[in-house]
Design a protein around this ligand. Structure first.
Ligand code: SF4
Length: 703
C-alpha cells in the first residue's frame, strides 16, 4: 500500500490512552509516527477511536523534555502561576544526568536520614508499564521504609476496588467488555463509554442492535442513550436509593435466584432487612425516576438470562462511592448474574495501565497482588526478598499525602508521570502543598503543571518509546515494544528508577525489563503461567491463566469466590448524601469529567495537534434553559465558583446537561476544574467527591 511504501516500518504496539487497551500497528518514518491503525487485538478487533488513531503526535511535540532540569535557586515555587513553555529557562537550567540524579536521589536520602522515611511520599503512574509500577513502589518501600506510595487509582476506582475486594475478593473485572456479545441485558451506570472508552462502547451498541436490553443510567443525558432500550436520567448523588429500590423490587417481588444466593453468598437476610424501607415508591421522588420505571428496570435486569453491569467514575467518585459499588455487586449476586458468559461486573478502568499499576502494588495499603502491608507473614516475605525492614502500617493515600505535605510532615516527593497539580481536588490547597515541599522530583515527558513546582525534572520516555507490559480493563496483559527512540537525552523510566535506587543505597541490578517482570511475577500468583517469554511469543495473555499454554480465563467466578469463606458478601448500604448540597449561595450542582478528544489532565492530548484542534477551549456546559434563565449567552466568558475557588471559561449550551447542573472537563490548564472540586473522601476507598459540588455561575466581569 501507499502507506507501507512511504513508511520505513510498521510496528505492533498498544494504545497509550484508555483502559480498553486497543492493539495498534504504528507506521514509522525515521523517528516519526506517521500513522496508526488498529490490530486484531482481543479488546479492539481492529478498531480504534479518535484518540488512538489521531492522537499519537504528542510524542513528537516540540515541548518534549530532552534534558534534565534543575530549578534556579532564585526562583520561588509560587512564581510560575502564569508560566508557559517558553518561560522554561527563567525557572530551570539544564543539567547533566549525573548532576540531576545526584541532586534528585541525594534530596531524598537527606530527608530520610534527617526526618525518617515517613517524610517522603511517591506518586507512581497508571500510564507507565507494570514493571515501572513495580519498581516505583519497591523504591519507596525498600528505599525509605514507608508505604506512602499511591497513584491515580485513588482518584478513579479506589472505591470500586474496595467494594469488590470486600464483596467478591478480587478488585478486577469479572468479565471483559466483549462479554456484552453474549448478554441479554446490559446496565451502564455512571459511565460515558462513547467518550471515555469508545471502542468498548461499540460492543454495547452492537448488543443493543441485535436486541439486547441496554439500560443507561446517568444524571446527564449521553449519546449511548440513543441506543438504549432503557435510558435513565436520575438526580445526581442518588445512586444508593435508586439501586436499593431496584434491589428492593427484586427481593420483595421474589425475582432473586435463591439457589445461587444459598450456594454462593452470605448476608442476604441483612440486605433484605436493610432494603425494606427502600421501596421504589418511597425513593422515586428523591431519585427523579418514576417508581414503576424503577420496578421495570429491576425486573428487566433480574429476568434476563444474562445481565452484565458496566460502571465508571459516576459511581466511584462520591463520598458514598464504595456504597454505590456495593449496591451493584449486590444486584449482580442476588440475581446470579455473574460467573457465566454474558454476565458479570465490569468497572471500566480509565487509564491504559491503572489495572496493572494497582496489581503491581502502587497502593499504600498493599504489596503486589493486593497483599496487605499489615499482615506480618506477607511483610516478612518481602523483608526477606528485599533485605530491609519494611513499614508495618498502611501508607497515606493521594489526598492524605497532599494534606500532610501542607502540614509540613511530608517534606519530599517523587512524582513519576502523574500530575497532581491538575488532577487533585481543591487545587488551591494541592498547589500550595506542592510549593511547600522541600524536595520535589518530577519524572515526566512534559513540563506538566506539577513539574513547574519541581526542584529536579528528569526527562522520561513516552509509551511508544519503552518496552514493557500493560494490563487493560479486561485483565489482558499486553507486551509493547518501542516503536521509536526517546528524544534528546530522555531516558527509559525503569532505568532512571534503577539509578535512583542505587544512589539511595539499594543493590538493584536488572539486565532489562524482562528481568523486572520475572521478579514481579514471582510475587504475583495472578501472573502464574504468564512468563516474559510467553508474552514475547503471544503478545497478550489474560490473567488468571491455569496453564502455560492454554488461554487465560476471561470470565471468572464460575464456582466460588476468592474470599476467606469462598462466598461472596452482600453488604447493605444506607443513605449518605453528597458532602455539599446546593443552597441559596451555591444553587447548582457541578460535576467534572472527561471528553472524547482529551485524556485526563490533557498533558498528552492537549499536545496532540488534531485532538486539540477539535477541542481547544476551556468550556463549562449548561442546559440552554438555565442559560436563558440566568440572562447569560452561549459563547460568553463566565466565572464558575464553589466554596473552594473560581475559574473563568467559555459557556457552552448543552441539552445533555440536566437543568440545575454544570459540567466542566478537567483537562484544561487554562481553567482547571479541580480548583472547584470537593476533597471530601469516601471513608473506604479514600476517593474524593469529584462528581458533586455546590456551585454558582456568573458572567465574567459581573460582581
Ligand atoms: Fe485507545 Fe481507548 Fe481509543 Fe482504544 S478506545 S483507541 S485504547 S483511547
Amino acid at each position: 500500500t501507499r502507506r507501507e511504501t512511504y513508511a520505513d516500518a510498521v510496528k505492533p504496539s498498544v494504545c497509550p490512552f484508555c483502559g480498553v487497551g486497543c492493539q495498534t500497528e504504528v507506521s514509522v518514518k525515521g523517528n516519526d509516527i506517521i500513522k496508526v491503525d488498529g490490530r486484531q487485538g482481543p479488546a479492539n478487533r481492529g478498531k480504534l477511536c479518535v484518540k488512538g488513531r489521531f492522537g499519537m503526535d504528542y510524542v513528537m511535540s516540540p515541548e518534549r523534555l530532552t534534558r534534565p532540569l534543575i530549578r534556579r535557586s532564585d526562583v520561588p515555587k509560587d512564581a510560575h502561576a502564569r508560566m508557559t513553555f517558553s518561560d522554561i529557562s527563567d525557572v530551570f537550567r539544564e543539567a547533566s544526568w549525573e548532576e540531576a540524579m545526584a541532586l534528585a536521589a541525594g534530596g531524598f536520602n537527606t530527608v530520610r536520614d534527617r526526618d525518617g522515611g515517613h517524610a517522603i511520599a511517591g506518586f507512581g503512574s497508571a500510564k507507565g508499564t507494570n514493571e515501572e509500577a513495580y519498581l516505583f513502589q519497591k523504591y519507596i518501600r525498600q528505599g525509605f521504609g514507608t508505604n506512602n506510595v499511591d497513584h491515580c487509582t485513588r482518584l478513579c476506582h479506589a472505591s470500586s476496588v474496595a467494594a469488590l475486594m470486600e464483596g467478591v475478593g478480587s478488585g478486577a473485572v469479572s468479565a471483559p467488555f466483549t462479554a456484552a456479545d453474549d448478554s441479554d441485558c446490559i446496565m451502564v451506570i455512571g459511565a460515558r463509554p462513547e467518550q471515555n472508552h469508545p471502542v468498548a462502547a461499540t460492543y454495547l451498541k452492537q448488543a443493543a442492535k441485535r436486541g439486547a436490553n441496554l439500560m443507561v443510567f446517568d444524571p446527564r443525558r449521553q449519546g449511548l442513550m440513543r441506543h438504549a432500550t432503557h435510558p435513565v436520567v436520575f438526580k445526581p448523588g442518588t445512586d444508593v436509593p435508586m439501586l436499593n429500590a431496584m434491589i428492593h423490587t427484586i427481593i420483595f417481588e421474589k425475582l432473586y435466584d435463591i439457589q445461587y444466593i444459598q450456594a454462593n453468598t452470605e448476608g442476604f437476610e441483612a440486605l433484605k432487612e436493610k432494603v425494606k424501607d427502600f421501596s421504589p415508591e418511597a425513593m422515586a421522588e428523591m431519585c427523579g425516576v418514576e417508581a414503576e420505571y424503577l420496578r421495570e428496570l429491576a425486573r428487566t435486569f433480574a429476568r434476563s438470562s444474562k445481565s452484565i453491569i458496566f460502571w465508571g467514575m459516576g459511581i466511584s467518585q462520591h463520598v458514598h462511592g464504595t456504597d454505590n459499588a456495593r449496591c451493584l455487586i449486590a444486584l449482580s449476586l442476588i440475581t446470579g448474574q455473574i460467573g457465566r458468559p454474558g454476565t458479570g461486573l465490569h468497572p471500566l478502568r480509565g487509564q491504559n495501565n491503572v489495572q496493572g499499576a494497582s496489581d503491581a502494588g502502587l497502593i499504600p495499603m498493599v504489596y503486589p497482588n493486593y497483599k496487605s502491608v499489615e499482615d506480618p507473614d506477607i511483610r516478612g516475605k518481602y523483608e526477606d526478598a528485599w533485605g530491609r525492614s519494611l513499614d508495618p502500617a498502611k501508607g497515606l493515600t493521594v489526598v492524605e499525602i497532599m494534606g500532610e505535605v501542607e502540614a509540613g510532615n511530608i517534606k519530599a516527593m517523587y512524582v513519576q508521570g502523574e500530575n497532581p497539580a491538575m488532577s487533585d481536588p481543591d487545587q488551591n490547597h494541592a498547589r500550595k502543598a506542592l510549593a511547600t515541599l522541600e524536595h520535589l522530583v518530577v519524572q515526566d515527558i512534559f513540563l506538566t503543571e506539577t513539574a513547574w513546582f519541581a526542584d529536579v525534572i528528569l526527562p522520561a520516555s513516552a509509551q511508544p518509546e519503552k518496552p514493557g507490559t500493560y494490563t487493560n480493563s479486561n485483565r489482558q496483559v499486553q507486551l509493547a515494544l518501542p516503536v521509536r527512540q526517546p528524544p534528546g537525552e530522555a531516558r527509559q523510566d525503569w532505568e532512571i528508577m534503577v539509578d535512583m535506587a542505587r544512589r539511595s543505597g539499594l543493590d538493584w541490578n536488572y539486565s532489562g525489563v524482562g528481568e523486572v517482570y520475572t521478579e514481579m511475577a514471582a510475587h504475583m500468583s495472578s501472573l502464574d503461567n504468564i512468563s516474559w517469554n510467553r508474552l514475547e511469543r503471544e503478545g497478550m495473555v489474560c490473567y488468571p491463566a491455569k496453564t502455560e499454554d492454554g488461554p487465560g480465563e476471561e470470565i471468572i467466578f464460575y464456582s466460588g469466590f476468592p474470599t476467606e469463606s469462598g462466598r461472596a458478601k452482600l453488604v447493605p448500604t444506607d443513605l449518605v448524601p453528597p458532602d455539599e448540597l446546593p443552597d441559596d449561595a451555591f444553587p447548582m450542582v457541578l460535576t467534572t469529567g472527561r471528553m472524547l478528544e482529551h485524556w485526563h489532565t490533557g498533558a498528552m492530548t492537549r499536545r496532540a495537534t488534531h485532538l486539540n484542534a477539535q477541542e481547544s477551549e476551556a468550556v463549562v456546559s449548561m442546559h440552554p434553559k438555565d442559560i436563558g434563565r440566568r440572562g447569560l449567552t452561549r459563547g460568553q466568558q463566565v466565572v464558575v465558583e464553589t466554596r473552594r475557588g473560581e475559574v473563568t471559561l467559555t459557556l457552552r449550551a448543552d441539552r445533555d446537561v440536566t437543568q440545575g447542573m454544570l459540567f466542566i472537563p478537567f483537562c484544561f490548564v487554562e481553567a482547571p476544574a479541580n480548583f472547584l472540586t470537593n476533597p471530601q473522601l469516601d471513608p473506604f476507598g479514600k476517593i474524593p467527591e469529584f462528581k458533586f459540588s455546590a456551585a454558582r455561575i456568573r458572567s465574567a466581569g459581573a460582581a
